[in-house]
Ligand binder design. Structure first.
Ligand code: ATP
Ligand code: MG
Length: 596
C-alpha cells in the first residue's frame, strides 16, 4: 500500500444518506407540483427571449454558489458549496458557480482562480447536460442596466439627487416611518435622462443614485426605496472602464438568479429581510416581460458558526496582513486552502456538511465536530505508519550488533486486503521519550527499569536501565516473543510501544498544529479577536520515521500510530524529503492535557 492517496483515481462524489430538512421539503414540493417544469433553457443565461421556444430545461432544479471574488473561501463557504452542489446532484439539477463580481473595487483574478480550485477540490463541478455553468455577474451588466431603464419607464424607479446624509435622515428607523425624497415625484422621462447621464460619466460619485420606488412607510426598511444603481468611477476586473454606474448587490442578485433560471436561491439568514425586495423586483421585471416565470425563490438558512476559528473574509485578511499566520494557506487557517494543506479532506467536509445539516436559527457548531468528520474519513483512507516524534535512543543489549530483520506490519488493522509491509528492526531503535520513565508515575505501564513492554510487531523487551551521559535507554529482548511466531504471546505485557530502527530511520520535519484560537468565541464582547490567538498553535519537531515514509509524496496521508493523522505538506515536501503536517490527533484531546 504505497500508492498515494492523492494519486488514486477520483471516486465520484458519494451520495451520503440524506436527512430531510426544510430546503429538501421545499424542493420536493416544487417538484411534485411541477412549479418550474414549464421553464425552458436556451443553453445559456439570459432574458426571457433567450429561453423562448427553447427545449424544456434539462435541469430539474437549479441552485448556485455565488461567491464574491474578494478573498479566499473558508469553511463556512464549504457548507454552502456542499449544500448547493449536493442538492443539485440529489435532484437531477444543476448548480452554477457564479462570481458575484458586481462591486468593481474589491475583486481580483487571484481570488477567482482560488475559488475555482477550491470547489473542484471539494469534488464538485458545474457541468450539466454538456454545458459548463460557470458565470460572472458582470456579464449581466447590460441586462441589469436595461431592466433599470424599464423600471424607470414603468414608474418603479427614480433618480434621487439627495446626498447620502440627507437620504439617511429621511429613511426613518425601526420605529418611525421614512419620508419621501422631494425627487421621488420626478417624471420617468427626467429620471431616464439623468440615469443615462449617470452612465455617461456626467456626474461625480454620490451626486445621484437610482432608487426603487416602493414604500417609504414600509415596516421593512429594505422596502423604503432602496438604492439600486450608484455611480462608481472604478475600473472593473472584467469590464474595465466600460461602466461608471454599478448595480447594488440587492438589485443585482435576484436578476442574476432569474437570468440563470435558478429555482432555489439559497442564502444565509441575514438576507431574510431582503426577500420581500427580491420578490418585488423580480415580479416587476417579469411584468415587463424581461424574465421567465415563475421567478426563482430565495430560501434562507443559518450560516455556519464554528468555535475556535473566525469565518469572515475581513478577519482572515487581517490575520494574513498582520502576519499572524504564514499566508492564506497556512495549515492553521480556516480557509479551504489552509484546510487542504493541513490534511483535511473533501470527503470529511462533505460528511461535516451533511451531519450539521441546515437550520433556520443561528447556532454554534463545535470545532470538534469537524475534527471528528476528518478523523472518520482519514481512519478509512490513511495507511498506518510508525513515527517517533520526540525520539530517545533504545539499545537492546543482547541483540547482536549488525543484525537486521524485517517485521511484518499491517497497513491497516481493519483492512487486511491492504496487506503488510516489512519494517526493519535492529539493535538500536528510536522510541518516544514519553514511553520511558526512570521513576514511573503511578499506573505507568510503559518502559521503566525492570518493566517489560512489547515493541509493536517486534519483541517483548525488559528495561535494564538508563544511561544519562548518552541519553540512552537500555533493555534486553526475549528472542521467543517475536510477533506472529508461535508462543509469542506467552509473555504478557501491558504496554505496547512503537519504534523506528535508528539505522534505517528517515529524519523529517513534522509540524504539530493546534487550534488557532484559544477560546471558543474569538473576539467575543469588545475584545480584539487577535487577542485570543493561541500562541502555541504550531510546534515544529524533527521526527524519526520508518523508512517507507521517506518516499511519501505531497498530499499523501497517513496515520502515525498512536499520534494521529498526518499529511505530506504539499508546498514544502521534496522528493525523498517529505515534511509532515498533523491534520488531527487520534482522539479529541483539546483541554485534556493536549496529548494524543
Ligand atoms: P464573509 O462573511 O466571510 O465575507 P460572504 O458571505 O461575504 O463571506 P460571499 O463570497 O458573499 O462571502 O459568499 C458566497 C456564499 O457563501 C454566499 O451564498 C454565502 O451565503 C455563503 N457563505 C458565506 N459564509 C458562510 C457561512 N459561514 N456559512 C454558510 N454559508 C456561508
Ligand atoms: Mg457577501
Amino acid at each position: 500500500m504505497s500508492e498515494s492517496s492523492a494519486a488514486r483515481p477520483k471516486k465520484p462524489v458519494a451520495q451520503l444518506p440524506s436527512h430531510s430538512n426544510f430546503i429538501r421539503s421545499a424542493i420536493e414540493s416544487d417538484l411534485a407540483s411541477g412549479k418550474y417544469s414549464a421553464r425552458t433553457w436556451g443553453g445559456k443565461p439570459g432574458a426571457a427571449k433567450t429561453h423562448e421556444g427553447a427545449p424544456k430545461d434539462p435541469a430539474k432544479i437549479r441552485t448556485r454558489f455565488p461567491p464574491e471574488p474578494n478573498g479566499y473561501l473558508h469553511i463556512g463557504h464549504a457548507k454552502s458549496i456542499c449544500l448547493n452542489f449536493g442538492l443539485a446532484l440529489e435532484y437531477a439539477g444543476a448548480c452554477h458557480l457564479r462570481f458575484d463580481d458586481t462591486n468593481p473595487e474589491t475583486e481580483e483574478q487571484e481570488y477567482v482562480d482560488s475559488i475555482i480550485a477550491a470547489v473542484k477540490w471539494l469534488g464538485y463541478n458545474w457541468e450539466n447536460a454538456g454545458s459548463a455553468h460557470l458565470y460572472y455577474a458582470s456579464d449581466y451588466f447590460d441586462f441589469m442596466y436595461h431592466a433599470a431603464e424599464c423600471l424607470i419607464e414603468s414608474g418603479h424607479a427614480y433618480v434621487d439627487s439627495l446626498s447620502a446624509e440627507q437620504m439617511r435622515a429621511l429613511r426613518g428607523s425601526l420605529t418611525e416611518p421614512g419620508k419621501e425624497s422631494p425627487y421621488r415625484s420626478r417624471s420617468p422621462e427626467e429620471s431616464l435622462k439623468l440615469f443615462h447621464q449617470m452612465r455617461d460619466g456626467k456626474f461625480k460619485e454620490g451626486e445621484h443614485v437610482l432608487r426603487a420606488k416602493i414604500d417609504m412607510t414600509s415596516p421593512n426598511i429594505n422596502l423604503r426605496d432602496p438604492a439600486i444603481y450608484r455611480i462608481r468611477k472604478a475600473a472593473h476586473h472584467r469590464t474595465g472602464d466600460k461602466w461608471c454606474v454599478y448595480p447594488m448587490y440587492t438589485y443585482a442578485h435576484p436578476i442574476e438568479d432569474a437570468l440563470e433560471n435558478i429555482t432555489h436561491s439559497l442564502c444565509t439568514l441575514e438576507f431574510e429581510d431582503q426577500r420581500p425586495f427580491y420578490d418585488w423586483l423580480l415580479e416587476r421585471v417579469a411584468q415587463d416581460g424581461l424574465i421567465q416565470r415563475p421567478p426563482p425563490q430565495q430560501i434562507e438558512f443559518a450560516r455556519l458558526n464554528l468555535t475556535y476559528v473566525v469565518l469572515s473574509k475581513r478577519r482572515l485578511i487581517q490575520l494574513v496582513e498582520e502576519k499572524r499566520v504564514d499566508g492564506w494557506d497556512d495549515p492553521r487557517m480556516p480557509t479551504l486552502v489552509g484546510a487542504r494543506r493541513r490534511g483535511y479532506t473533501p470527503e470529511g467536509f462533505r460528511l461535516f456538511a451533511e451531519r450539521i445539516g441546515v437550520s433556520k436559527a443561528d447556532s454554534w457548531i463545535e470545532y470538534s465536530v469537524l475534527e471528528d468528520c476528518m478523523r472518520e474519513h482519514l481512519n478509512d483512507v490513511a495507511p498506518r505508519r510508525m513515527a517517533v516524534l520526540d525520539p530517545v535512543k533504545l539499545v537492546i543489549e543482547n541483540y547482536p550488533e549488525g543484525r537486521e530483520e524485517l517485521c511484518e506490519v499491517p497497513n491497516h488493522p481493519q483492512k487486511p486486503d491492504w496487506g503488510k509491509r516489512r519494517v526493519p528492526f535492529s539493535r538500536e531503535l528510536w522510541i518516544e521519550r514519553e514511553d520511558f520513565a526512570e521513576q514511573p508515575p503511578k499506573g505507568y505501564f510503559r518502559l521503566y527499569p525492570g518493566n517489560k513492554v512489547r515493541l509493536r510487531y517486534g519483541y517483548v523487551v525488559e528495561c535494564t536501565g538508563y544511561d544519562g551521559a548518552t541519553n540512552t535507554v537500555r533493555c534486553r529482548y526475549d528472542p521467543d516473543t517475536r510477533s506472529g511466531t508461535p508462543g509469542a504471546e506467552k509473555v504478557k505485557v501491558k504496554g505496547n510501544i512503537h519504534w523506528v530502527s535508528a539505522k534505517h530511520a528517515c529524519a523529517a520535519e513534522v509540524r504539530l498544529y493546534d487550534r488557532l484560537f484559544k477560546v471558543p468565541h474569538p473576539g467575543a464582547g469588545d475584545r480584539a479577536f487577535q487577542a485570543d490567538l493561541n500562541t502555541d498553535s504550531r510546534a515544529v519537531v524533527t521526527a524519526q520515521l520508518e523508512p517507507a515514509l521517506g518516499g511519501a509524496v505531497a498530499e499523501e496521508r497517513f496515520q502515525f500510530e498512536r499520534h494521529g493523522y498526518f499529511v505530506a505538506d504539499m508546498r514544502d515536501s521534496k522528493p525523498g524529503a517529505p515534511v509532515f503536517n498533523r491534520a488531527v490527533t487520534l482522539r479529541d484531546s483539546w483541554g485534556a492535557g493536549k496529548t494524543a
